[in-house]
Design a protein around this ligand. Structure first.
Ligand code: GRF
Length: 184
């Protein structure tokens, strides 16, 4: 199986996924694509000798990203900190073959604008006693695809948005690669 990772930022999840599949018989990370030419995820891909591709929102909406994924015979698309809304043509081209990770326990703290530190700030403000991650298939409605995995971690009043982010990242790094493998 040929997997493509879409990411907009640092790419710590992408790194764990590339590490996990480095000598895999089951799948290979064939491409790392980003809408940010300066995203650190592109540096991480170079370290793993994974080809990279950058595109603008305009190009994505014009079908350039879909063309590239088809050219590369990509079977699965992994969203790992990808911050743009996926065009419907793209979700339709990968039915039940596009996976996203969300840094909270959906359906709580989902939807537009709920990403990164905004999520952890909302969890803190709500005084929740736990948070976690949700890995789900991507369909045409943001954050509403079939949930395939969730894991939670306890929180205390001492936690801050930063410490919450650290706990969530630890869950992501631990589970995302294995959950992806289990889906293939
Ligand atoms: C992760 O917290 C992920 O849940 C969210 O964006 C963040 C990406 O982090 N979608 P990184 O770029 O993988 O370090």
């Amino acid at each position: 199986k040929r997997l493509a990772i879409l990411a907009s930022g640092s790419g710590s999840n992408a790194e764990k996924i590339m590490e996990h599949f480095q000598n895999s018989e089951i799948a290979e990370i064939a491409l790392v694509a980003s809408n940010k030419a300066d995203a650190f995820v592109l540096e991480r891909a170079k370290k793993f000798e994974v080809p990279t591709f950058t595109f603008s929102r305009k190009e994505m909406d014009a079908g350039v990203l879909l063309e590239k994924l088809q050219e590369e015979n990509i079977d699965w698309v992994i969203l790992a900190g990808f911050l743009l809304k996926i065009p419907v043509e793209l979700t339709r081209a990968f039915p039940d073959r596009m996976v996203n990770i969300h840094p909270a326990l959906l359906p709580k703290y989902g939807g537009k604008g709920m990403y990164g530190s905004f999520v952890h700030e909302a969890v803190k403000a709500a005084g929740d006693s736990e948070t976690g991650i949700t890995i789900h298939l991507v369909n045409e409605n943001y954050d509403e695809g079939r949930i395939v995995f969730q894991a939670s971690t306890p929180l205390t009043s001492e936690d801050t948005p930063d410490s919450i982010a650290d706990k969530v990242h630890a869950l992501e790094h631990k589970h995302f690669p294995e959950v992806i493998e289990g889906l293939l």
